[in-house]
Design a protein around this ligand. Structure first.
Ligand SMILES: [Zn+2]
Ligand SMILES: [Zn+2]
Ligand SMILES: [Zn+2]
Length: 146
């Protein structure tokens, strides 16, 4: 924190102090990223996802397929549930890894490596500590290299 901010307090421009550069979690200026269902703050660059704009089976904005999106959500939920019972991750030698691999295979069949990557990304948001374990469990599926 800058010296003047310490005495007089921050001078906020939305989410960022214009005097010392410190950021806060309020006052973001969200702008929709062209062609994506993502909003980005024009001040600090932070991103978050927004609801898709469904038009029949496809998103008007980003072109996402509704069935794929549903599958993605289901798979991520399933994985999150599985890891509740394996708080230290899945040991590579046991049969339990199979259930995680089945989900990976489902994703690979529906959308290949790209979809697995997206699912992995979403999973990590919910369970940051197990991202590496999931990578290893999925080794070899749909071109995935853990
Ligand atoms: Zn400041
Ligand atoms: Zn911001
Ligand atoms: Zn979308």
């Amino acid at each position: 924190m800058g010296f003047t901010c310490k005495i007089f307090g921050h001078k906020w421009n939305g989410c960022k102090c214009i005097k010392c550069g410190v950021r806060r979690e309020e006052g973001h200026n969200w702008l929709i990223v062209e062609g994506k269902c993502i909003e980005k703050c024009s001040i600090c660059g932070k991103e978050h996802t927004i609801e898709h704009d469904w038009n029949g089976g496809k998103c008007r904005r980003c072109g996402m397929d509704k069935q794929i999106e549903t599958l993605l959500n289901e798979c991520v939920d399933e994985l999150v549930q599985m890891y509740i019972w394996a708080p230290r991750g899945f040991p590579m030698v046991r049969d339990e890894t199979m259930s995680v691999r089945i989900v990976g295979k489902k994703l690979a069949d529906a959308g290949g490596f790209k979809l697995m990557l997206e699912a992995h990304k979403r999973f990590v948001l919910k369970n940051p500590y197990m991202g590496r374990n999931l990578e290893m469990c999925w080794d070899g599926i749909g071109g995935w290299a853990g």
